[in-house]
Design a protein around this ligand. Structure first.
Ligand code: GAP
Length: 514
């Protein structure tokens, strides 16, 4: 299936199976705002828990907080968001459409990269087993030419943005003859900066109301609480503070479903370290976070690092973990070495000392910070899109199956009486539901023929179907069918809890990080 079709299928499947709905759909929706439905809310919660367990519960030196969305407005002056949290925008004079100038250039480079991939595929076909991809891309003249072009363009883009030389960003768009993707027009305005924070007001009267912002990242709630947590938790450096929560950005080019939204959720962790050790911790967190992703079994080849050329105003090193979404490799998580920028800024703007006294070295210092920051909605999209598969079975029939990692699946098992009209079967199935629901999310499903129910649960992502039949009444056994292999086994009812637990237990999955 072409990538575009696959992505359309992801969006429609998410709606059809109760994962994600367009916000306010009855009023024709609100652009780039989405609601998580009954299954989506469970999947999202399970991803959040999987992250929290790995980051907070499994690290003796990381604690979690839940800071408010509203913060004192000076926070955003100190953090640099009022002055520097901008996107470079460009309008097309003919279509009146607005674009992010850097994204137009990056998309242009992605097209060149697609040409490289085409060359690789051709060569792979030609050389068969003898094909060595690494050697090919480092020696083939055409590929090297394409790569050099990408590198030159991105370097210039990075430098122009760094220097705030927006005239050069426009010149680059013109030189590359980049056209409006919707209409093909090349009639562009100048590039302008646009601040991404949403403003609001606190207070009843117009004269006294205070201008506030909806937080554009959760990180600042951690920085302003650094000393409170360090003191009350008697934390010793190195230590981390984690939190998950909503963030808001007035994204102009919000698109690609839940990939880029205006209201989204982040899972962030700030790791406070001794100055000078940032390189070592940067490598540690790169490695640890990639292992976390890989533990979910979405395919190691679907991840890559992308080191930043253009660094944010607070960072001395940064990388993205990119994931192979249906529309190509894109940022899933950021790992940033934020130096002491934030704490120093908050010290300056608040007038409060935000330092750490190191008893071992007998000195005070402002800690450096290593940040890991992942979008929960993006992680949801990565998991969901990767799991959605169409399969042709041995008998030639087709099935759509959502092969979610069992640890994340919203419903762990569906309990099905073979025949709806047989009261002994339905009663026994309901008793099994009542027993298992203490430990797992399970559902009871009696409608339609059992084959159709299996397909429905496959498409909803349920790892197990447990069927109660005539034999169950005789000897207290049921069949348990596995979603991915479709294999069925007859097992004793008392064994069900352990069988399910083994496959959905967070420990079993997180152990794969080692
Ligand atoms: N505190 C650092 C920070 O916020 P970021 O790279 O701007 O860094 C971190 O954002 C992560 O948040 C991204 O890797 C992405 O997963 C997620 N994210 C950012 N903007 C988003 C948006 N508009 N919609 C959905 N997720 C977003």
């Amino acid at each position: 299936m072409a990538n575009e079709d696959k992505f359309k299928k992801v969006i429609s499947h998410a709606k059809e199976y109760g994962y994600v709905f367009q916000s306010s759909e009855i009023y024709d929706g609100l652009s780039a705002v989405y609601d998580y439905a009954q299954n989506g809310a469970e999947l999202k919660k399970n991803i959040r828990d999987y992250w929290w367990k790995a980051m907070v519960q499994m690290h003796d030196n990381i604690v979690g907080i839940d800071a408010a969305i509203f913060m004192h407005p000076t926070t955003w002056k100190a953090s640099g968001h009022i002055d520097a949290f901008n996107d470079p925008l460009i309008d097309n004079k003919d279509s009146k459409k607005r674009y992010r100038a850097d994204v137009l250039v990056e998309d242009y480079c992605a097209k060149i990269e697609a040409k490289i991939n085409k060359e690789v595929k051709k060569a792979e076909k030609r050389f068969g087993d003898a094909f060595n991809k690494e050697e090919f891309v480092s020696t083939n003249g055409r590929v090297l030419g394409y790569q050099e072009k990408i590198d030159t363009i991105l370097k210039r883009l990075g430098q122009s943005l760094e220097k705030e030389d927006l005239a050069d960003v426009k010149a680059l768009i013109e030189e590359l003859e980049i056209a409006d993707p919707m209409t093909g027009s090349r009639n562009w305005t100048d590039v302008k900066q646009f601040n991404l924070m949403f403003g609001t007001k606190l207070g009843a009267s117009a004269d006294t109301a205070m201008d506030l912002y909806l937080r554009p990242e959760t990180a600042q709630g951690i920085f302003v609480n650094f000393l409170n947590v360090q003191k009350t938790g008697r934390m010793k450096i190195p230590f981390g503070i984690a939190q998950t929560g909503k963030a808001f950005r007035n994204e102009i080019v919000a698109r690609q479903f839940i990939f880029r939204m205006r209201e989204f959720e982040q899972m962030e962790m700030q790791f406070f370290i001794k100055p000078g050790t940032q390189k070592e911790w940067f490598d540690y967190w790169k490695d640890t976070r990639l292992k976390w992703h890989k533990s979910l079994g979405l395919g190691d080849e679907n991840y890559r690092f992308h080191d930043h050329e253009k660094l944010a105003h607070y960072a001395d090193a940064a990388t993205d973990i990119e994931f192979n979404f249906p529309f190509g490799f894109k940022e899933l998580e950021g790992i940033h070495s934020r130096t002491d920028f934030d704490l120093k800024q908050h010290e300056e703007y608040s007038g409060k000392k935000l330092q750490y006294f190191d008893h071992e070295d007998n000195e005070s210092y402002t800690p450096y910070v290593l940040e890991t920051s992942i979008g929960l909605d993006r992680m949801f999209l990565a998991v969901f899109s990767n799991s959605l598969q169409d399969e042709t079975l041995e008998d030639g029939s087709e099935r759509t199956v959502l092969k979610l990692p069992a640890v994340l699946a919203p419903t762990k098992a569906a309990i099905l009486p073979l025949v709806r009209k047989d009261e002994a079967l339905t009663t026994m199935a309901k008793t099994i539901v009542d027993d298992l629901k203490w430990d797992f999310n399970v559902v009871y499903d009696e409608k339609d023929a059992v084959g159709r129910r299996y397909r429905r649960q496959d498409a909803a992502g349920t790892p197990f179907c447990i069927t109660v039949d005539g034999e169950s009444i005789e000897n207290n056994t049921v069949t348990i069918r596995h979603r991915d292999t479709m294999e069925q086994k007859r097992v004793r009812i008392e064994a069900l809890r352990d069988i399910i637990k083994k496959e959905v237990d967070v420990k079993e999955w997180l152990m794969l990080m080692k």
